[in-house]
Design a protein around this ligand. Structure first.
Ligand SMILES: Nc1ncnc2c1ncn2[C@@H]1O[C@H](COP(=O)(O)OP(=O)(O)OP(=O)(O)O)[C@@H](O)[C@H]1O
Length: 603
């Protein structure tokens, strides 16, 4: 039985390309440009002095109303036309083993078909630089094609591809659209491209041009960034990855960016635009730059709209990450003010890297200011001032404890924001590391002064009354002296106390059986109840402790309790809110009755 060859239904293939491969029919122009550039590359390999020109005519430029793309490339012989243009998937741009030849943009052998996204007929008139006459090939969207000698000989080698716009696809052929598309994809191409009379290509990538001075170069790059991305960059970082033949620039954003959103970068492959929304070029954390790069060796996916994610791309990502890191370190050495303004904007990104990178961790330690109980300062500075410093990973806890710990000489760092925890923990692992320990609120009360035994004895009665006033709130009254004297009372929970308070609350809410189990646990933890520490150096607290009316003592202590909770931003339980209200109203009542009577009496 004889073997048979596959038949291809071209309409099915075009349908596949348009619906599933390309994001828009506009890619037809890119594919035509690309074939022109490749043909020029092939011709110049034999004859380096051959011209490198591509002329595009939009339908508005000629009487026939067709789109023409003419190149001065290598052209095709009649045999090549039969072989290459009529076989889907056949490409002259692969070597004998089928690998893409790296000097060419194309490789898949399907690009020309994209003409069928916008036209029913594609005509190719070509004359090979390697000899033979001018050949005319016409392909139809229904799968037929025709090859014949052209009516007219071309004066010089090269190819002209002609598309007659399909009805309904005219929007892709306006002079303006064609010019914009050519510029979008082709403005950096290493050939002279015109659309009608309008030049599309110029002096090539800005970052590779020669300039009189670094200042001029910077000004040109700034202007390029404004034109491309609409912002003036904080700084410009040169990028270079030799293994991928990659060069380009990273523009540092002048405003804070959302670290959860990966930046979109503009990527050219062999100077043809691949896409302007490539997100996987840089590591995740590099959200503070937008890049423009051109690479010789990176590979496109078949749609040519994204990068193929291979080892080389992985290597590029790593190298570009390292370049950004080196830039930061150089900034620390040469332009501290610049680094500080950078950090003010982009601290989150830097912290994210520092969480797994020692070099950046040192940079954060030495340059980034943290909120501390002694004011804003770097962790390095904090470590020098407070060798026995502590940190908290809870912003509320920081607010609660910072004044007291400052007054007591315990340095406290607010490490309550994203990545802070990882950073302070990892500081220990550095060879010149610092040992910040996490604060336990219990630490604070052990640093408070006790009363002398006589005073303590004299205040027993007061302490008992005070304890009764807050007993139902699950809290212990403690009398101490501590700074600042302006603070009458402090509500302290330790971690164990927090747990036991949770337990008591769940017990109240739980069913009987579970409640028993929880109840059995409670005595173990009860020793560590939250404490209301009354400050005996505070004049108000002293006066309260000297009151004789037990009712008034209870009211006063309960309002100190409520005030301490509010001051420390502790969550309020319903019982707490009730006590706050009751004590406030009670004191008010006392003030307008007893207090007012006294005032009248005095008068
Ligand atoms: N302007 C041109 N000049 C010379 N040869 C051309 C031209 N356009 C197409 N060809 C030939 O036709 C072949 C098929 O072109 P096609 O655009 O379909 O695929 P490709 O460029 O090889 O790969 P890709 O699908 O990646 O674009 C090319 O390999 C090339 O040999």
């Amino acid at each position: 039985m004889a073997d048979r060859a596959f038949q291809v239904d071209l309409r099915g293939v075009v349908e596949l390309l348009s619906r599933h491969l390309y994001s828009s029919p506009r890619v037809y122009l890119r594919e035509l440009l690309q074939n022109g550039v490749d043909a020029i590359t092939a011709r110049r390999a034999d004859d380096p002095s051959a011209p490198a020109e591509i002329r595009i005519e939009a339908p508005g430029h000629n009487a026939e109303g067709v789109l023409r793309v003419s190149d001065t490339g290598v052209g095709l012989t009649e045999d090549e036309v039969h072989d290459l243009l009529a076989t889907i998937g056949r490409s002259a741009k692969r070597d004998q083993l089928g690998f893409a030849r790296h000097e060419f943009l194309g490789q898949f052998g399907i690009g020309l078909l994209s003409g069928f996204l916008v036209a029913d007929e594609i005509e190719v008139v070509t004359r090979s630089a390697r000899g033979g006459g001018t050949v005319r090939w016409t392909g139809f969207a229904d799968g037929r094609y025709r090859v014949e000698a052209a009516a007219e000989e071309r004066a010089a080698p090269g190819t002209t591809v002609t598309l007659r716009p399909r009805q309904g696809a005219e929007e892709w052929f306006g002079v303006r659209t064609v010019t914009d598309l050519a510029r979008h994809y082709g403005s950096l191409l290493p050939a002279e491209v015109h659309v009608g009379p309008t030049p599309i290509t110029g002096a090539g990538p800005v970052w590779r041009r020669g300039f009189d001075s670094p200042a001029r170069r910077r000004a040109a790059l700034d202007a390029y960034c404004v034109e491309l991305f609409g912002f003036t960059p904080l700084d410009v970082i040169d990028l270079d990855v030799a293994e991928a033949g990659l060069s380009g620039v990273a523009f540092v954003l002048p405003t804070a960016a959302n670290p959860a959103v990966r930046s979109a970068h503009r990527v050219y492959l062999k100077r043809m635009l691949l896409a302007d929304d490539v997100t996987d070029l840089l590591p995740d954390w590099a959200f503070f730059v937008r890049c423009v790069v051109d690479a010789e060796e990176l590979r496109p996916t078949a749609s040519r709209e994204a990068l193929y994610d291979d080892d080389l791309l992985g290597h590029v990502r790593e190298s570009l990450g390292a370049a950004l890191r080196d830039w930061l370190l150089a900034l620390a050495e040469t332009d501290p003010a610049g680094l500080r303004s950078f950090l003010r904007l982009h601290h989150l990104g830097v912290k994210a890297v520092a969480a797994h990178d020692d070099t950046l961790l040192r940079l954060v330690r030495d340059w980034l200011e943290f909120e501390t109980s002694a004011g804003a300062m770097t962790l390095a500075e904090f470590g020098r001032r407070h060798p026995d410093g502590r940190y908290t990973t809870d912003v509320d806890e920081f607010r609660r404890l910072s004044a007291v710990s400052a007054a007591q000489g315990v340095g406290l760092v607010n490490a309550g924001y994203v990545y802070d925890d990882a950073i302070v923990t990892r500081l220990r692992d550095l060879d010149d590391g610092m040992d910040l320990r996490r604060i336990d609120p219990g630490d604070i009360s052990t640093r408070m002064g006790t009363l002398d035994p006589d005073a303590e004895l004299a205040l027993r009665g007061f302490q008992r009354t005070a304890q009764e006033a807050v007993e139902h709130l699950g809290c212990d009254i403690v009398l101490r002296t501590f700074a600042p004297a302006s603070l009458p009372a402090l509500y302290l929970t330790s971690r164990a106390a927090d747990h036991s308070a949770d337990l008591a609350e769940s017990r109240a809410a739980a069913d009987d059986l579970w409640s028993d189990v929880l109840g059995a646990l409670e005595p173990v933890l009860a020793a560590d109840r939250p404490r209301l520490v009354l400050n005996h150096t505070n004049p108000l607290t002293r006066r309260i402790s000297a009151l004789t009316d037990p009712g008034l003592v209870a009211l006063a202590v309960q309002s100190l309790y409520g005030q301490a909770l509010l001051h420390g931003r502790h969550p309020l339980r319903p019982a707490d809110t009730a006590v706050l209200n009751r004590s406030f109203l009670g004191l008010l009542d006392w003030a307008v009755h007893d207090g007012a009577d006294t005032a009248e009496g005095d008068a």
